[in-house]
Write a protein that binds this ligand. Structure first.
Ligand code: UTP
Length: 440
């Protein structure tokens, strides 16, 4: 929109404070401010504001039943799945997409969260760990696996420089693709845009679901498909335990003919704040913990086990054709309103952020496959500065995992020794030399 159009648009949407602000800027600042406004879909944000301002309808679910989930015993036993998955990787049909566009506000780290030095001994960053996992697989299967990293417009340059400065952590530069997700303006509860700096307003990335739009919008999906990629492994940057491009999971996904697959873990307790994977009104769906009815949350079977035990952990395989399908008539995922506290002019204020969630794609898929994984093996997200999901907790979980893996190979590391296993290390080979040794 040109300056004049923006002026009209802002007036229509009762943003006189922004008009007054623009009038006080010099020509250069004005141009930058308008350029910044034009990087986001203001129309959509105001539409969402209108929608969420109406009295909220309480969401009701007619029928919620437990879904079919490949349990951990079945999951691991299937040799056939491993070979199906490995064949797909070797044929160059997979790419890995890591979403790293979040603001990481709870962690409060002054750089993008992926740069956080999380590994317990070497202090490797989350980005390094994830990239080395892709490199290890590329070496193992003798095929370049593309790594797609979603950033947001504020962090892209810093993240690219970080990779560049670290030689792409050993991966060929041509195999890594950075792409931006969209941002949307944050809005006050009374419908106002918020001035951040002289030439910008407060904005937020449009949620991890935005990855399914951005990969398509950026042309990256086309490019991947032309290269023969048929499916994308999706995960979050904040979980250093992810089994990236897990071939067994991939085997299940392919064998089941799924468009979208997910991994779940047993909830720690009924109240745990993870999305519940269920069948709702006949469709596989994730219901957020806040919306999950209490009478089902605590329901147990005759053996005393929770009936709705499956928590989603943000690990997926997604067919590229499915991503195309949910974009072709306009992006199909619904937006959510997140009410957050943010420091504005040194004061904590409430703001509304609009986001999409990747798991909202699940009910749109013709076929969904869900497998169980073990929390201790695959889920230790870095979320908070202190307490639960803090760096200290994540490091502990990583060390426990490494210790367990080494023990399976007959190497015992005493609990007071800090331990770390590089994703690049072939521990089966090393184990032959160390077998039955105790490391103290
Ligand atoms: P979270 O929802 O935990 O958000 O993201 P966050 O940004 O890491 O942390 P908070 O809530 O601000 O404290 C889970 C994953 O989704 C990515 C994050 O980078 C993380 O890997 N994400 C989230 C995006 O890529 N874009 C978004 O808009 C939101």
């Amino acid at each position: 929109m040109s300056g004049e159009k923006i002026h009209r648009f802002l007036k229509e949407h009762r943003q006189e404070h922004i008009i007054r602000h623009i009038e006080l800027l010099d020509k250069n600042e004005k141009d930058i401010f308008i350029k910044n406004l034009n990087t986001m879909n203001l129309e959509l944000a105001f539409q969402l504001y209108e929608n969420f301002s109406k009295p909220e309808e309480v969401k009701t679910y007619k029928e919620i039943t437990p879904p079919y989930i490949v349990d951990i015993e079945k999951y691991k036993k299937e040799k056939e799945m491993l070979s199906i998955g490995e064949n797909s990787i070797k044929a160059g049909e997979t790419a890995v997409m890591i979403v790293a566009g979040g603001q990481g506000s709870r962690l409060g780290y002054p750089y993008p969260k992926g740069m956080y030095p999380i590994s317990p001994v070497k202090g490797k960053s989350l980005f390094q760990i994830a990239t080395e996992k892709v490199l290890a697989l590329s070496l193992k299967y003798k095929i370049n696996i593309p790594l797609l990293i979603m950033t947001n417009p504020e962090t892209k340059e810093m993240i690219e420089n970080f990779f560049n400065g670290n030689n792409y952590f050993g991966l060929t530069k041509e195999c890594i693709f950075f792409f931006n997700q969209d941002i949307l303006p944050s809005i006050t509860p009374d419908g106002k845009l918020i001035i951040k700096e002289k030439t910008s307003i407060f904005a937020n990335p449009d949620g991890h679901g935005g990855s399914l739009k951005a990969i398509w919008q950026s042309g990256l999906l086309d490019r991947m498909e032309k290269q023969g990629i048929k499916r994308i492994f999706y995960c979050h940057i904040d979980n250093p335990l992810v089994n990236v491009n897990d071939p067994v999971f991939l085997g299940w996904h392919i064998k089941e003919g799924a468009e979208f697959s997910l991994k779940v873990v047993k909830k720690r307790e009924p109240e745990e704040k993870v999305g519940h994977f269920v069948i709702s009104d006949g469709k596989p769906t994730i219901i957020e913990y806040i919306e999950f009815p209490d009478e089902l949350k605590y329901k147990k079977d005759i053996n005393g086990n929770l009936i709705f035990w499956a928590g989603s952990i943000g690990i997926h395989f997604i067919e590229t054709s499915f991503i195309r399908k949910i974009n072709k008539d306009g992006f199909a995922l619904p937006y959510h309103r997140q009410v957050k506290k943010t420091k504005i002019d040194n004061e904590e204020k409430e703001i509304w952020k609009f986001e999409t969630f990747v798991f909202d794609a699940i009910p749109l898929a013709d076929k969904v496959c869900c497998v169980e994984t073990i929390r201790e093996d695959e889920f230790a997200p870095l979320k908070n500065k202190e307490g639960e999901d803090s760096p200290e907790e994540v490091k502990k979980a990583m060390m426990n995992f490494y210790r367990k893996k080494l023990e399976e190979l007959g190497i015992y590391v005493s609990s007071d020794v800090k331990v770390e296993v590089s994703p690049l290390c072939n521990i089966d080979v090393i184990a032959k030399g160390l077998k039955d040794k105790e490391i103290t």
